[in-house]
Design a protein around this ligand. Structure first.
Ligand SMILES: [Zn+2]
Ligand SMILES: [Zn+2]
Length: 138
C-alpha cells in the first residue's frame, strides 16, 4: 500500500477496496460512451471515464488484482478480480489512464465533456447535460 502524495486531487477504489489509486492535478472532464460493449460491462446506459495523464495517476494498491478482458478489435475492459468493479486501465497509446468516474471517492466537481456512440444508446438512457453528442466516435 502506497500513501497518496500531498498533491493528490482525488482518490478512488473498487467496491471491495483491493484496488485503489490516486490522481494529482486538475481533474479532466468525464466522457461517456454509449456503445453496446460499454453498456454491457457497466450494466447501465453508458460508461463514464476520465482520461487522466499517466504521470498524474498513481496506483496505491491492488494492481495485481486487476483482470483485463479484450476483444480482437482492441476494445478492452479492466476490473477487480475480487468484486468485479471496473478498474483503471491505460489508453491504447499508454499516454493516459481511463479512470472509471464512479470509482472516485467523495463527489469531485466534474463536468461532462461529451457523449459518444449515442446512436447505440437505449431510449431509456436519457442524456440530461448539454455536452456534445456524437452518433459514433468523433
Ligand atoms: Zn474489488
Ligand atoms: Zn464504448
Amino acid at each position: 500500500m502506497t500513501e497518496p502524495s500531498p498533491d493528490t486531487s482525488a482518490s478512488g477504489r473498487c467496491l471491495c477496496g483491493a484496488v485503489s489509486f490516486a490522481l494529482t492535478g486538475r481533474l479532466p472532464p468525464v466522457g461517456m460512451c454509449h456503445c453496446s460493449k460499454c453498456r454491457r460491462v457497466s450494466g447501465v446506459g453508458s460508461n463514464a471515464v476520465l482520461a487522466v495523464r499517466r504521470e498524474r495517476f498513481a496506483w496505491l494498491a491492488g494492481q495485481d488484482r486487476i483482470q483485463t478482458f479484450a476483444l480482437s478489435s482492441g476494445w478492452s475492459t479492466a476490473f477487480c478480480r475480487q468484486c468485479g468493479s471496473p478498474a483503471p486501465q491505460p489508453t491504447p497509446d499508454g499516454a493516459r489512464m481511463w479512470v472509471p468516474a464512479g470509482s472516485l471517492d467523495g463527489d469531485p466537481d466534474l463536468s461532462v465533456s461529451g457523449h459518444i456512440h449515442v446512436a447505440s444508446k437505449p431510449r431509456w438512457a436519457v442524456i440530461r447535460d448539454d455536452a456534445p453528442q456524437f452518433d459514433e466516435a468523433p
